[in-house]
Design a protein around this ligand. Structure first.
Ligand SMILES: Nc1ncnc2c1ncn2[C@@H]1O[C@H](COP(=O)(O)OP(=O)(O)OP(=O)(O)O)[C@@H](O)[C@H]1O
Ligand SMILES: Nc1ncnc2c1ncn2[C@@H]1O[C@H](COP(=O)(O)OP(=O)(O)OP(=O)(O)O)[C@@H](O)[C@H]1O
Ligand SMILES: [Mg+2]
Ligand SMILES: [Mg+2]
Lengths: 248, 248
């Protein structure tokens, strides 16, 4: 029975894609069958593992999901690519619960083929993110250690609580991850303290430091483990992977 | 007759709000009557100048826009605050051209009161951004010097060209701004070269370096000029302001 994580935060540029890609790669390298799903119309997660967007998103189609999963060059890691046409899905997700039901049916059909499924969401608190949350078992929130990132979290928690209420306990908190952590900045230390005071144990002990290897890797279509295996970024996502496995 | 800039990029966290706030402050300090409009439901621009979100966005209301403009503590700078409820506007903007017509009517009613109007847009290429573009005279695109930021630009240019075609030359390119520029990084230099090769003179000569003052200022509800007037960030936005004034 797969653990399905939605990686969400309506604040832009906080590390959702970087976390989805590198955490799913670490989980796969640790021997877990893992599926990375890209539902952001920007298709950054798809490009980051060296693939191309699909003409039409498999989650909107009728054929079995397994047929659309792409094998990546990371052992145990499959990719369901994003589609730039996903804008139409946003409208679909808005109009009724049909999108949620379809997404859940698709995910239920592959739940037994994977131990971990990670869904990279777009920077919006809209219907697409809500649909992903409804189909997930855990929610992971990357938070950049900067002021604007904190402001939006309260609004995001509201959306998450709403979905938790509507799905009878299926969705739980998977964790909050502090990203782009620069311990030499006072602002980083302040945000760290505020987030841990407010959210307690939900916050992962491991943080992800700012590391240029994490922003260079995707331009080569590689995970940080392929691009710079001895970097601080690779070490941080390995540590995070261990912590996620321990929380099972 | 005001120059109306939409500050757009569907990629998240590239510096749209930081640019909208600090460029409008610099234009106001240079003696131009300036209006900053926040249409992002995150309301970051509103918080960055020390104000609070509105219960209902003035652009959705019937009363004259002038009545909802808030005076900030920056001389010549007015703010039309954002509203967290703007999610409903996204649906409204989706459904028909009614939102565009209303927004244009509102902006036309204040065009003569200001020399510059800047609209801070959310990280989405959706209808809300398209509505703002349709009501604007210029489009400004901040681009972070990182790989993902480049990937989405082609898609964004497509949306902009579509609006340009539909508004008979009202909308022109105001400029492309390179943000979070770190000249010690090879990736930054590569992106700089790619963007200037592709877009030529549209790209501003001035770039905005990475400067922690720019991410600390909003947590105090201040512009970078109030928070750290001698910082590299303040200098960069002053230089950008001069370049925008010269392009008139
Ligand atoms: N720890 C880090 N150190 C340095 N750069 C990072 C780090 N994490 C992410 N980045 C870079 O910061 C930028 C934003 O990260 P990313 O695209 O993963 O965020 P996102 O939340 O997915 O953005 P969006 O809201 O657009 O989906 C990217 O260019 C990425 O390469
Ligand atoms: N030149 C810079 N140097 C350092 N930090 C910066 C710079 N510009 C912006 N920032 C910080 O980076 C983060 C992202 O910037 P900002 O919020 O302006 O981007 P945005 O494009 O408006 O994001 P969103 O897509 O969520 O609307 C913020 O925390 C901001 O303070
Ligand atoms: Mg992303
Ligand atoms: Mg913003």
């Amino acid at each position: 029975m797969a653990r399905i994580f939605s990686v969400v935060n309506q604040k832009g540029g906080v590390g959702k894609t970087t976390t989805s890609v590198n955490l799913s790669a670490a989980l796969a390298m640790a021997g877990n069958r893992t599926l990375l799903i890209d539902i952001d119309p920007q298709c950054n997660a798809t490009g980051a593992v060296g693939s191309d967007p699909a003409a039409r998103h498999a989650l909107l189609g009728e054929s079995p999901l397994g047929e659309s999963v792409i094998v990546t060059d990371v052992p145990n890691l499959g990719l369901l690519p994003g589609s730039r046409r996903f804008q139409d899905a946003d409208v679909m997700a808005n109009s009724d619960t049909q999108a949620t039901t379809k997404l859940r049916a698709h995910l239920d059909s592959v739940m037994d083929d994977y131990e971990y499924i990670l869904i990279d969401c777009p920077p919006s608190a809209g219907a697409m993110t809500e649909t992903a949350l409804t189909a997930s078992t855990e929610v992971m929130i990357p938070i950049q250690c900067e002021y604007f990132a904190m402001v939006g979290v309260a609004q995001l928690i509201g959306t998450i609580k709403k979905v938790m209420g509507a799905t009878d306990g299926r969705l739980t908190f998977g964790g909050i991850l502090l990203t782009m952590y620069d311990e030499s900045l006072e602002l980083t230390r302040e945000i760290d303290e505020d987030v841990r005071d407010f959210f307690g144990d939900i916050v992962f002990e491991n943080v992800v430091p700012r590391d240029v290897a994490l922003c260079e890797a995707p331009s080569h279509g590689q995970t940080v483990f392929q691009y710079a295996p001895r970097s601080r970024g690779a070490f941080a996502y390995t540590q995070l992977c261990m912590e996620v496995l321990q929380r099972d």
